[in-house]
Design a binder for this molecule. Structure first.
Ligand code: ATP
Ligand code: ZN
Length: 225
């Protein structure tokens, strides 16, 4: 596939970031209609194509230069960066700015009956997570050995199902933890959505369009502060 002359922006297809990502671009004057069945939405008034994908795919698409920009949670970006650095794959991209949505934290949590002092209470225990790299970095910094339980979903039910002793999962209000008989013990990473750019050099007109979009985003986010 050759490099597109149109600006490619990857956003989450459906999930917690998708509506806000679309709203942000629309408030920057990018006109488009999303067809739920379609991967790509073409803008009618600017040379921009939106790629609607799983959020986990967005950092890699930007780092590989498949798309020019991506809107993604910092948690997913950081997780992918550590993963790629570990594998020796290209992990470069530029964080253009943090956005004003997608606030959450990656936290350790344990069952209500677990008597927790500090992270060392998890020594030798099994922790379920979808973020094995962020968890490993934190536990290595603390010098704690633990056992992995990698789950892409349903992390919060792992202790009750007997799969793990604790979890490391995204939290915003804490209601999901409470509903599953868990309590939060440590915040290991705080995250917001952000917009990232590929490090590939761009033709002048494309870079000018990126600058225009970014300056409008700055205006939109500032106006809400
Ligand atoms: P996909 O199908 O695209 O892989 P997903 O299920 O992995 O979606 P979502 O649950 O939609 O992802 O969350 C997307 C992002 O929203 C998270 O990575 C995080 O940055 C942010 N977020 C904000 N609050 C929360 C929360 N309470 N729980 C999970 N994610 C949150
Ligand atoms: Zn995902």
């Amino acid at each position: 596939m050759s490099q597109s002359t149109r600006l490619r922006i990857a956003i989450q297809k459906s999930g917690r970031l998708s509506k806000e990502s679309q709203k942000l671009l629309k408030s920057c004057g990018v006109k488009f209609n999303v067809n739920e069945q379609r991967l790509i939405a073409h803008s009618d008034n600017m040379p921009i194509d939106l790629l609607r994908v799983r959020d986990d795919d967005i950092p890699g698409l930007v780092m590989d230069g498949v798309v020019d920009l991506g809107i993604i949670g910092e948690n997913v970006l950081e997780e992918e960066q550590i993963e790629r650095q570990t594998l020796g794959k290209p992990a470069d991209c530029v964080k253009l700015r943090e956005l004003d949505f997608g606030a959450c934290r990656l936290s350790l949590a344990v069952p209500n009956e677990f008597s927790y002092q500090d992270a060392s209470s998890l020594e030798g225990l099994r922790i379920a997570t979808s973020y094995p790299n962020l968890l490993r970095r934190y536990m290595q910094e603390k010098g704690i050995n633990y056992r992995d339980c990698m789950l892409k979903g349903s992390v919060e039910v792992a202790p009750r199902a007997g799969l793990s002793d604790g979890i490391c999962d995204l939290v915003s209000t804490g209601a999901t933890l409470e509903a599953n008989g868990l309590y939060e013990t440590e915040v290991i990473y705080r995250s917001m959505a952000c917009i990232i750019q590929s490090t590939q050099s761009q033709p002048d007109d494309k870079q000018a369009l990126i600058n225009k979009i970014l300056s409008r985003i700055n205006g939109v986010v500032r106006a809400k502060e």
